[in-house]
Design a protein around this ligand. Sequence first.
Ligand code: SF4
Length: 78
Amino acid sequence: MISVSLQRKKCIGCNYCAEIAPDMFRMSKKDGKSVLLNANEKGEFLNIRLPDTQRDAALKCQEVCPVSIIKVHDCKNP
Ligand code: SF4
């Protein structure tokens, strides 16, 4: 499992993550910022655990995000 988080408040709405991983991120029609789909909200952060099959796409999003607000970690506990 991996853990993906998004510090949504700082999103500049560039759309890169939603293009790379449309099943993980979607742009909000309300405020133009990215939404991490099905994620839990904790303070400024949206967080979700995903299977390893999503790792490459998540890492790509982490890499391209111009404001570095997407973070991907390995989960130790399943
Ligand atoms: S890549 Fe980063 S800044 Fe761009 S829409 Fe996604 S979260 Fe927002």
